[in-house]
Ligand binder design. Structure first.
Ligand SMILES: [Zn+2]
Ligand SMILES: [Zn+2]
Length: 170
């Protein structure tokens, strides 16, 4: 996975804004983490960094869209990605995980890892091509959005038949 590090020594006291739109950052990350995804509308990541004595403040956003397979019918379709974030990151103590590291007399922020975390949070876990996608027939695999298949209608689980006749009292 490509890395994006921001050296705090290069950032003025009043802070600095960065914009990244290199799509190969995402393509490499998806390959690395086995995401079945491609770029729709190019993803743009923006981050404003304000150095502090014992860490740094940052805020930013991630926006664009991805092409992913539908969770029911497998059809590739577009899903928006949109995220806003704001946080304070403290300099990592020894053995601690942090986006901010001390290195060679400077402090550097792992912006690539922040963007990746935001992407994973914004990524749809069960993307659907449409809310009422009918999915694939479990018997023959036909795309039921394109019409009914030849298979018998599912009569449902016979063990649940008793529930279907049950009247619910209000
Ligand atoms: Zn679908
Ligand atoms: Zn079928």
């Amino acid at each position: 996975m490509k890395e994006i590090w921001l050296d705090l020594n290069d950032i003025p006291e009043e802070g600095k804004n960065f914009i990244f739109d290199d799509q190969s950052f995402w393509e490499e990350a998806w390959k690395n983490f086995k995401f079945n995804t491609s770029v729709g509308e190019p993803l743009v990541s923006e981050i404003f960094v304000l150095p502090q004595e014992n860490g740094c403040l940052y805020k930013g956003s991630l926006s664009g869209s991805v092409i992913v397979p539908c969770d029911r019918c497998m059809a590739d379709h577009e899903q928006p990605i949109s995220s806003q974030f704001e946080d304070f990151e403290q300099l990592a103590e020894e053995g601690e995980e942090s986006f901010l590291e001390a290195a060679d007399g400077t402090r550097r922020l792992n912006a690539g890892a922040i963007f990746w975390e935001q992407f994973v949070l914004a990524y749809p876990s069960k993307p659907l091509c449409s809310e009422d996608c009918k999915g694939l027939c479990p018997e023959c695999g036909a795309d039921l959005n394109k019409g009914k298949c030849e298979c018998k209608q599912d009569k449902g689980d016979p063990r649940l038949a008793v529930l279907r006749n049950l009247k619910i009292k209000n």
